[in-house]
Design a protein around this ligand. Structure first.
Ligand SMILES: Nc1ncnc2c1ncn2[C@@H]1O[C@H](COP(=O)(O)OP(=O)(O)OP(=O)(O)O)[C@@H](O)[C@H]1O
Length: 298
């Protein structure tokens, strides 16, 4: 597998705000990435630098082996869909699709028309007159039909109803199977997209906290539920992410994988194991105080 994006020690400051702090990662060809993190973590800033819409304060970015800034041959292979996209006032949906066709060499006009129909987009309507969900749908159609080798969706779902979001996820998976490319999905709806993601990049306070294939995440943490006193003695000395109690029953989420012996011990105490979903894992890793988060050793 070859890397199509290499980011090394990337930093970005806005005045006193260090938005991105020494981030390094590589993106492989033909993989779906989740770029996750809390509000203000630095995700959009990273996507803007990858797509040459902002300069880095430090570090290096290579996209398809070259620096992306003012680099037409790189940027033609990139499609960046963001919620705040502005369109010229007179543009209709049809105009947007036509301009997008001219920007993206892999554009599939028949597929774009089919998607526009599926999302109920009125082709002749001005972008300014679209509802919020329709605007999001237009972005999704452009992102999918571009078939750009690097396609980036920054919170593409805002305004989309649950049916339209499911349509987006299904179409993305279907089309990706036939036309593999590298996709970055930045989203807060982690449970919804977890079936799509192959790899997770978790940004926390401007730093890269986690860079891991999804299949290697399932063993990262587990939850145990049972009598509070027994839970406390079971988790003593373990790396605890959270502990919650309701009356005499407590649940705890522990970082790491439970050994067979630990599982036996838990069973002897009447404790039950529960898997930790990707969303729960991300929430556990990025909630808590700054010191607590920095104390987590992955
Ligand atoms: N143009 C700007 N000027 C000053 N500060 C900025 C600017 N853009 C972003 N920031 C700050 O940089 C930090 C990272 O912001 P960024 O938009 O990258 O976060 P994010 O992870 O995309 O958040 P969200 O999930 O809320 O969209 C925040 O503290 C934000 O306030």
């Amino acid at each position: 597998m070859s890397a199509i994006v290499k980011v090394t020690n990337l930093t970005k400051s806005y005045g006193d705000t260090a938005a991105v702090r020494g981030v390094s990662f590589e993106l492989e060809e033909n993989k779906i990435y989740g770029l996750l993190g809390r509000n203000g973590a630095g995700k959009t800033t990273i996507m803007h630098m990858l797509t040459a819409q902002q300069f880095a304060s430090g570090g290096d970015i290579e996209v398809f082996g070259e620096a992306p800034y003012e680099n037409e041959s790189v940027l033609r292979r990139v499609c960046f869909i963001k919620e705040s996209q502005k369109y010229p006032p007179m543009f209709t949906v049809k105009d947007v699709l036509e301009v997008s066709a001219s920007l993206h060499p892999n554009w599939d006009a028949a597929y774009a028309a089919e998607l526009a129909e599926a999302f109920g987009l009125p082709m002749k309507r001005k972008m300014q007159k679209l509802s919020r969900g329709m605007l999001s749908a237009a972005g999704v159609v452009v992102g999918l039909a571009s078939r750009a080798p690097l396609t980036i969706f920054d919170e593409p779902y805002l305004g989309l109803d649950a049916v339209a979001r499911t349509l987006f996820y299904d179409r993305l998976l279907e089309d990706y199977a036939e036309h593999p490319r590298t996709v970055i999905l930045s989203t807060h709806l982690i449970d919804e997209v977890s079936r799509l993601l192959e790899h997770v990049l978790l940004i926390d306070q401007g730093k890269l906290l986690l860079d891991r294939d999804v299949e290697r995440l399932s063993g990262m943490a587990y939850s145990v539920v049972g009598a509070a006193a027994r839970i406390d003695s079971f988790v003593s000395g373990k790396s605890l992410l959270t502990r919650d109690a309701m009356g005499a029953i407590a649940s705890a989420t522990v970082l790491g994988e439970a050994s067979p012996q630990e599982r036996r011990e838990a069973a002897e105490r009447g404790l039950e194991f529960a898997p930790v979903s990707l969303q729960q894992l991300i929430v556990h890793l990025t909630s808590g105080t700054k010191d607590e988060r920095e104390a987590i050793k992955l």
